[in-house]
Ligand binder design. Structure first.
Ligand code: FES
Length: 133
């Protein structure tokens, strides 16, 4: 570690990550550029669109709007972490079955947001789900 970096330790999709990074690194940059988990997309880069949504300790967060150091010690799950063995997560299967996508660019973020909602509010009604997404 040099003077311009900080040490970061976190779990990403169940894998321990221990790395020295520039403290200005965004969480999405760590995920995409350093860990090469490119299923997390950057759409607006201004915390508006949700394409970059991942789970941080089980809660949906926009990874373009967090510094990687804010995830120190946390458990991060990306879209790749939902299907570690290549079998679709039930939410991914539901999106596929219902053709729940448009161009597909934001779909990983939509799936991550939807899975967090189901975990937090398993009895959410249709209106709540619509408003959440
Ligand atoms: Fe749009 Fe993060 S890239 S909210």
């Amino acid at each position: 570690m040099n003077m311009n970096t900080v040490n970061l330790q976190l779990s990403v999709n169940g894998r321990q990550v221990n790395t020295d990074i520039d403290p200005r690194t965004l969480l999405v940059q760590l995920i995409r550029d350093q860990l090469h988990l490119t299923g997390t997309h950057v759409g607006c880069d201004t915390a508006q669109c949700g394409a970059c949504t991942v789970h941080l300790d089980g809660r949906a967060v926009k990874s373009c709007n967090l510094l990687a150091v804010q995830a120190d010690g946390a458990q991060v799950t990306t879209i790749e972490g939902l299907a570690p063995d290549g079998e679709l997560h039930p939410m991914q299967a539901a999106f596929r079955d219902c053709h729940g996508l448009q161009c597909g660019f934001c779909t990983p973020g939509m799936v991550m947001s939807a899975t967090a909602l189901v975990q937090e509010r398993p009895n959410a009604d249709a209106a709540t789900i619509r408003a959440h997404l």
